[in-house]
Design a protein around this ligand. Structure first.
Ligand code: G6P
Length: 608
């Protein structure tokens, strides 16, 4: 998704913009640009491709002198990735310049109106409409022009804006796309996300919907859409600056896999007190918990897979029916949210457009919405009735690993809390489960340390055409994520199947040597899984099994076995996913793929 950085202060803007944009690369982009006011006019350089190209074109920013500027990394939505569609965008005279993250949904209508008034467009973007619309409404007062366009635009936007006639000011505004501002030594900075400003400041303001910021070198004022001043409080960011950097690992993905033990500990330990699960942020009395008749879990991508896992956990432990839905489906299927239904939305970024829309739809229908979110202060975190943060820290690799693991922990805790409150588990069950939870970080670490073995195995499958993942129950949910991890980073086609479903079609795809990864962590399903593994093995498949220590029977139907340590049957996902993450990672590395930024993907999908 697009990234925005803006700076006004007493230092050269361009190097700050380039450095800030580099910290937003994880969001995914296909072109980049910067614009800087040089004392006479606004100069702009933009180009398709990586930031490196922009740095070269601008001699690391030296070619664009000036102390106020805006920069952008673009992930194409309207108009192909190209120099002309890259941001920033100008009005005709080059006196107003804009960068934008989001989508202006009524841009065609606005474009036609502007064209009738003589405005000419040089790009295919919705953003250019904003520059011309500002021009149309600007009569000397920038704030007034901004609020006027806010009344005309439908859709989502975070904007950074410079008016040549007001070179000592920088403006920013947002609606449904993230934006933060921070005060630095000798200046102010705006950005789409925290890593871009951490080098300069730890005190940031999260801009809310339809809020405007007007900045000078030393001042920062906030306004609402009626141009009325508003007060805002800053939030202190406690992340370590290094947490947003690669810290010695070859890729962010590997680094973040290694941060999983910590992410797991940080997510559960503050919520376990004196042998009890305490989730203050849930803000639900025991009576309210007991009154929950049904849970609907809504999310996208890997977050959706944690939802699929937790269906088995909630239903098994707390005997509450759970429906899990993809947010993009949920929001348009007129969902039925009867009284007693609790909605849980899960999102690493807290900005996924479909998940946010599902949250809003649920609230509109009167349901109570709990957000399980990693990014503090994100849109979902702010709009949900209650938020349970996973404390995984910033995740940079597009393919999620540590946030996925932290989400699982949050969901286990929640299911255990519900089960205990409802009397489905007693003190001794709870104590046993908490012991198993506490053991997970060390067990994950042990599995990660086995990485060389998986790397060797992965190297045998670098040329694979198709890979299948099968499992039953929770193991099916693990297979879904294992398959997604592998395909999204390695570009090898893979599919996950409920093992029992295999013979209803998919088995015809199995050929001599096809890799079938079988997950069997559930004791009561071992035998059934072994039958399914034999079925594919006799048809020529090479079977890799991920199973529990002691289940040597798996070797009967598998050519290669990875053992995971004993844990509670509801927590096996947290362990079994580790070798599968490593498999995906090493296949991608072996194939020379751009592991942290797989083609066509974005970390934070803020369009539907
Ligand atoms: C993108 C990412 C996935 C992620 C999904 C949902 O597709 O590439 O890794 O699982 O969005 O993102 P969220 O931030 O809502 O968890």
């Amino acid at each position: 998704m697009c990234g925005i950085v803006g700076y006004i202060g007493n230092r050269q803007a361009a190097p700050i913009l380039l450095e800030g944009l580099s910290k937003l690369e994880y969001r995914g982009y296909d072109s980049a640009g910067i614009a800087v006011y040089n004392g006479e006019r606004i100069d702009m350089v933009k180009s398709k491709g990586r930031l490196k190209v922009l740095s070269e074109l601008t001699h690391d920013g030296e070619k664009l002198p000036g102390t106020v500027g805006i920069g952008h990394t673009r992930w194409a939505t309207h108009g192909s990735p190209s120099d002309k569609n890259a941001h920033p965008h100008f009005n005709k005279e080059g006196s107003i310049v804009v960068v934008h993250n989001g989508i202006i949904e009524n841009y065609l209508k606005l474009k036609k109106k502007l064209q009738k008034k003589g405005y000419e467009f040089v790009s295919d973007t919705d953003t250019e409409v904003i520059a011309h619309l500002l021009d149309y409404y600007y009569t000397g007062n920038p704030l007034q022009a901004i609020t006027k366009i806010m009344h005309r635009m439908e859709g989502s936007y975070a904007l950074g804006i410079i008016f040549k006639a007001h070179p000592d000011q920088l403006f920013a505004v947002r609606k449904d796309s993230p934006l933060i501002v921070g005060h630095t030594d000798g200046g102010n900075i705006i950005a789409s996300d925290v890593p871009a400003v951490l080098k300069h400041t730890r005190e940031v303001y999260f801009i809310e919907n339809e809020e405007i910021v007007q900045m000078t070198e030393n001042t920062m004022e906030f306004f609402n859409v009626d141009e009325e001043p508003i007060e805002k409080e800053s939030v202190r960011i406690e992340w370590d600056v290094n947490a947003a950097e690669k810290g010695g690992y070859e890729h962010f993905m590997l680094k973040e896999m290694y941060e999983q033990p910590k992410a797991i500990t940080d997510t559960f330990s503050p919520r376990v007190k004196d042998g009890r699960i305490v989730i203050d942020e849930l803000n639900m009395s025991d009576e309210e918990i007991k009154a929950v008749k049904k849970i609907m879990i809504v999310a996208c991508g890997s977050a959706y897979h944690t939802g699929v896992t937790s269906k088995y956990v909630f239903e098994g432990l707390a005997r509450i029916p759970v429906e899990v839905d993809l947010a993009s489906e949920f929001r348009y299927r007129n969902p039925i949210l009867e009284e007693g239904t609790m909605v849980i939305v899960i999102s690493q970024s807290g900005e996924t457009a479909d998940t946010l829309a599902a949250l809003r739809e649920s609230k509109k229908q009167g349901a109570r919405v709990l957000g399980i979110v990693n990014v503090v202060g994100s849109s979902i975190a702010r709009e949900a009735d209650n938020v349970m943060y996973t404390w995984a820290g910033p995740e940079i690799a597009v393919a999620t690993t540590k946030a996925y693991s932290a989400h699982l922990i949050a969901l286990y805790l929640l299911a255990m809390k519900f089960a205990y409150t409802k009397g489905c588990i007693d003190d001794s069950d709870l104590a046993d489960m908490l012991e198993d939870l506490k053991a997970l970080p060390a067990q994950v670490e042990m599995l990660l340390n086995n990485k060389e073995r998986i790397q060797k195995f992965a190297n045998r499958y670098l040329a694979a055409k198709d890979i299948f993942f099968i499992g039953r129950g929770i193991d099916y949910a693990i297979s879904l994520e294992g398959s997604l991890k592998l395909k999204e980073v390695s570009y090898i086609h893979s599919e996950a199947y409920a093992a029992g479903e295999l013979k209803h079609g998919t088995i015809s795809l199995v050929e001599e040597g096809t890799l079938v990864v079988s997950v069997l962590t559930q004791k009561d399903l071992f035998k059934k899984m072994i039958s399914n593994m034999v079925e594919v093995q006799t048809r020529g498949a090479f079977v890799m099994a991920v199973t529990m220590e002691g289940n040597t029977e798996a070797e009967r139907a598998a050519d290669y076995v990875i053992y995971i340590p004993e844990t509670n049957k509801y927590f096996t996902n947290s362990l079994a996913i580790i070798p599968l993450q490593l498999l995906g990672y090493y296949v991608a590395v072996g194939r020379g793929c751009d592991v942290d930024k797989p083609r066509n993907l974005a970390k934070s999908v803020t369009v539907e």
